[in-house]
Design a protein around this ligand. Structure first.
Ligand SMILES: [Zn+2]
Length: 91
């Protein structure tokens, strides 16, 4: 059977078994090298208030959160797009 992708949709080469991560949206267990990784910055302060305070020179701390999405959730949320065969290799 022909392969759709040389890597099988994974990154990291011939590493063998990868560590498993939970999908941020559906909770499915997915291998970390196949998951789509996104960094989410969140602040406890409302963004309109934060913008106003920042313009006055205040420093507002923000929390860095790393989210992993499975491929189907990433596509559903518009994080990644389905691309034509010739466009797949770019990025
Ligand atoms: Zn998911």
């Amino acid at each position: 059977m022909p392969k759709k992708r040389k890597s099988g949709g994974r990154s990291g080469g011939k590493r063998g078994r990868a560590t498993m991560k939970h999908c941020h949206a559906c909770g499915a267990l997915i291998p970390a090298d196949k998951a789509k990784k996104y960094t989410i910055y969140s602040s406890p302060v409302d963004y309109r208030l934060a913008k106003e305070l920042q313009s006055e020179g205040a420093h507002i701390p923000r929390q860095k959160k790393i989210a992993y999405y499975c491929v189907s959730c990433a596509i559903h949320r518009g994080r990644t797009n389905i691309r034509q065969k010739d466009q797949r290799k770019s990025n």
